[in-house]
Design a protein around this ligand. Structure first.
Ligand SMILES: [Zn+2]
Ligand SMILES: [Zn+2]
Length: 257
């Protein structure tokens, strides 16, 4: 079985920095007095190696968890404990099982809401729909139910304040109908692209609800409009930047003005 059935269209080499690697390790005081995010860490979780990210304004603060995948809980607890962080929100880039696997557990354990686009909400309880029979075997052992608190991300371009961090939500259908990307601003902009954009690749569109045309429109309208320096933290594989993808991503050739 391919280790990342839900991953990049052509798998990128390398991995996201090992767990516990904080990015960036900069000061928490912005020059304009605005809170900056100093703590972003990621680790690939489970068999499907989905990147789970933790972001917080400073140690001891509330935190945002992005895409807690399979078996994310152990590692997540270590990161939270080490940095005295309290989860305030679980953000889901889309409903695929490798991204939502531990969402209910994390959300209910810490009593915080899970945020997902309404078009992908059904996958919280029906995550098998998208994947083949091999993965289905794995799922027999898993019970999926919705977290107690679910918030629908139904407004494109909406800004939500979570854990003292302003998060902009852009609807980017294509990989799934309810795929979204999350943007936060540190000293530079950071975008969590889920399975929409990867280092040198894009999300697959042959699964349920996928559309190649929608995916390209989403990338052009919502991602290629961002500054070249914007850091891309994808759902699988290495981090990259919008500028690097604009120049070197073979799937985006000729799309930038
Ligand atoms: Zn994925
Ligand atoms: Zn996916």
């Amino acid at each position: 079985m391919h280790p990342v059935p839900d991953g990049p269209t052509s798998p990128a080499s390398g991995r996201y920095p090992a767990s516990g690697t904080a990015w960036p390790a900069s000061s928490s005081c912005g020059t304009d007095g605005k809170l900056e995010i100093v703590f972003i860490t990621g680790f690939p979780a489970g068999l499907l190696q989905c990147n789970c990210y933790v972001l917080a304004p400073h140690p001891g603060a509330d935190a945002i968890i992005v895409d807690p995948g399979q078996r994310a809980m152990g590692q997540l607890r270590r990161i939270l404990d080490q940095n005295r962080l309290t989860p305030a929100a679980v953000l889901l880039t889309h409903g695929h099982i490798d991204h939502i696997w531990s969402a209910q557990k994390v959300s209910d354990t810490f009593g915080c809401p899970a945020y997902i686009h309404p078009e992908d909400r059904f996958m919280l309880t029906d995550p098998i729909k998208d994947f083949g029979p091999k993965l289905g075997q794995l799922l027999l052992a898993a019970m999926f139910r919705e977290p107690k608190q679910v918030v629908e991300l139904d407004r494109d371009g909406d800004k939500i304040d979570l854990a003292g961090i302003s998060v902009t939500v852009d609807h980017t259908p294509g990989h799934t109908r309810g795929s979204v990307v999350f943007r936060v601003t540190d000293d530079k902009e950071v975008v969590f692209t889920g399975d929409t954009l990867f280092e040198r690749s894009v999300g697959r569109t042959d699964l349920f609800g996928g559309s190649g045309r929608d995916l390209m429109c989403s990338i052009v309208d919502k991602l290629l409009v961002l500054d070249d320096k914007t850091v891309v933290l994808p759902g699988h594989g290495n981090s990259t930047t919008i500028g690097a993808e604009r120049r070197f991503n073979p799937f985006l050739e000729g799309l930038s003005p």
